[in-house]
Design a protein around this ligand. Structure first.
Ligand code: ADP
Ligand code: MG
Length: 276
């Protein structure tokens, strides 16, 4: 375990994602709801960071700020060293609900971002790019199917392909495997490793599954309860090649226990809060 040094990167390295003292509050009918308060961390190029924290602590809010869908009230969100002011084409996103368009085939769904984001690819090149990704996630034989003909796990695979088809520098995943059964989820974890071997992106994964965070990420940021700050950051002591059995090894087990303890600490803060 390391102390929270997530705001610092090796000298000279431009972080792909960086948050500096981010404060954000929702304006509601009953006043301001502070959700993030002084959130600071950075993700180096090609890194894979998992973010865990109590339900409702501001994880999805964080993804919307990084995606440029909302702006922080105070502090800065930087992508590739530049402040985010609006949505960027260099960011790919996937969510718990894959929201595929039923009137389009799987291939046409994956192609959609290439029809929207300006690019120089020919029609043939776009299709080749989409097919390359579909093959990588095991959907090569399903490109002509409609979303409703696929299982939940397959739809989520297609959603990952759609998020990556433009070769985004940054991939943001907000609990993408949260609705899947345990075995399907583990298959998708393997797919994530395959994607990471073949594609180049910096990944931020929001998850409430601590095993998932340890199996996929290089390091895990635990958020405190709302208004959230980075409570602690822990490095994952597993190499690039990971097998599910590694999760039961001593180091990974200890890390999961420590993460559980940190989540408990964050949750206790809420229980001692005065009733609203
Ligand atoms: N559009 C909104 N307006 C007002 N409050 C919101 C809005 N979106 C989320 N919230 C509240 O902000 C807090 C953080 O939400 P969210 O970022 O979705 O949490 P998480 O993803 O960690 O579960 C929650 O209390 C939620 O109810
Ligand atoms: Mg959420």
């Amino acid at each position: 375990m390391t102390e929270d040094d997530s705001g610092t990167l090796p000298a000279g390295e431009v972080s792909r994602i960086e948050l500096r003292g981010v404060y954000y509050a929702y304006r509601t009918g009953t006043g301001h709801l502070p959700v993030l308060d002084g959130l600071t961390f950075a993700c180096g190029t090609g890194s894979f960071t998992a973010v865990v924290g109590p339900s409702g602590c501001g994880k999805s809010t964080l993804t919307r700020l990084i995606a440029g869908l909302m702006l922080p009230d105070r502090g800065e969100v930087l992508l590739h060293g530049e402040p985010v002011r609006s949505p960027r084409a260099t960011v790919g996103m996937a969510f718990q609900n894959p929201v595929l368009l039923e009137w389009r085939t799987i291939l046409a769904n994956v192609l959609l971002p290439l029809e929207i984001v300006p690019n120089r690819l020919t029609r043939e090149e776009r299709r080749n790019r989409a097919r390359e990704l579909l093959a990588l996630v095991g959907l090569g034989a399903f490109e002509d199917r409609r979303p409703s003909e696929l299982s939940g796990g397959m739809r989520q695979r297609a959603s990952l392909c759609r998020a990556l088809v433009t070769r985004p520098e940054v991939l943001i995943l907000d609990e993408p495997f949260g609705a899947l059964d345990a075995f399907t989820r583990e298959d998708l974890w393997q797919t994530m490793h395959a994607l990471r071997r073949e594609e180049r992106f910096t990944c931020l994964l929001i998850t409430h599954d601590l095993r998932e965070s340890v199996f996929l990420a290089d390091r895990v940021v635990v958020l405190s309860d709302r208004p959230a700050t980075a409570q602690v950051t822990m490095e994952v002591p597993l190499g690039d090649k990971r097998a599910l059995d590694d999760l039961y090894g001593t180091e990974a087990s200890e890390l999961q226990a420590e993460l559980r303890q940190q989540i408990r600490i964050a949750q206790q803060a809420r229980q001692t809060e005065p009733a609203a």
